[in-house]
Design a binder for this molecule. Sequence first.
Ligand code: URP
Ligand code: ZN
Ligand code: ZN
Ligand code: ZN
Length: 463
Amino acid sequence: MTTIIRGGTVVNADRAFRADVLCDGDKIVAIGERLDAPANATVIDAGGQYVMPGGIDTHTHMQLPFMGTVTADDFFTGTAAGLAGGTTTIMDFVIPNPQQSLLEAYHTWRGWAAKSAGDYTFHVAVTWWSDKVHEEMGVLVRDHGVNSFKHFMAYKNAIMADDETLVKSFTRALELGAIPTVHAENGELVFQLQQDLLKKGITGPSAHPLSRPPEVEAEAANRAIAIANVLGTPVYIVHVSCAESLDAISRARAKGQRVYGEALAGHLVIDDSVYQSADLEFARGHVMSPPFRSKHHQAALWQGLRGGNLHTTATDHCTFCAEQKAAGQDDFTKIPNGCGGVEDRMSVVWDAGVNSGMLTPSEFVRVTSTNAAQIFNMYPRKGVVAVGADADLVVWDPEGTRTISASTQFARGGFNVFEGRTVRGIPSHTLHAGQVVFAKGELRAVEGAGRHVDRPAFTKTHA
Ligand code: URP
Ligand code: ZN
Ligand code: ZN
Ligand code: ZN
């Protein structure tokens, strides 16, 4: 399969330039002006458009068993929706139950992911500690292409990692050349605040943000950063949602600590007024953790992205339909936490970021693809339009528009937190591994065409 993308402007994180891009098999094989192509090559006219590396969503949960149910999108529907939005690689999470073997869980998730239409790779969560966990982290890094471990500082009585687990796992990650990541919220405080609210009879979704104020997130972010500093590990903080957490990251980075931050498309553009809606189904649809915040926090997140203290954009795609969310209709703590967005992230960040002048097109590529590839050691296979890189590309029409709606989305769940938002800047074509998988609104995703992306350790392991 040979495809030539003609007449577009290639946008990489470091520069933009006019060039044709020739793909053969699953790789980019030539970039230059007026390239020759075989007569049977598929030709994509990219005149007036940008040619960018496919998006990498650093944070998704397809087919996740969570809070008594399983997310609506599986690895096929979720990755296919991503392709429709220009995202060609997802980073999902293996989440073992406490006491469960990490390897057993890893193989379970690999089995579920075999139906993916786009590429995928896994962070593995450390939800408990033992000698066996120590050993299995080594096997995952050495033999299974895992170089990042996730720690939930929230979800007490479920998957929360205590300080002992954080310290031991960060230490082990450093030894292995892997990067620890954290969901930063103080799970004890969340639990206490939830119980207080329920005792006062405040049981609806408006209680959700009250149980998870910015200080609860900032405490955990500061703690994770302090632990990483003492141990000398890098640390990556997922879904940074508030100014206080960003401040913790910025302070640490200013002192030379290697701390990375991820912003969610939803946190960048949606505010906490959604929890006040009289339509409780709508309010429950927005229950995710950390919650949506006020506009003050949104402005801070944009500054963090532009200023370089936040590095990646993701979605935390974790879809539940209204019936699933209704499990918490009498008790907000039982609403399955999670929202979608894998299909919309690129357009939402472009529209709110590039069209507003907040980000340049190259900065957009940096925060939607390149930084993720570099932080998680997939670069330059991913994250750049370059000869030898995977032919995962998005041809981006900066004038194309789309009104986001659950009624027209490919993703499941029947709900969209960006409902009604008209975005300018959409993919006209998405290529995954050299195949045109999305063309002018038509999705041609193929079940099982996605590949697992091995991510080598950062340093030589000695375990
Ligand atoms: O509410 C969320 N974010 N659900 C998914 C699990 C997590 O915390 O990332
Ligand atoms: Zn194995
Ligand atoms: Zn989380
Ligand atoms: Zn998540």
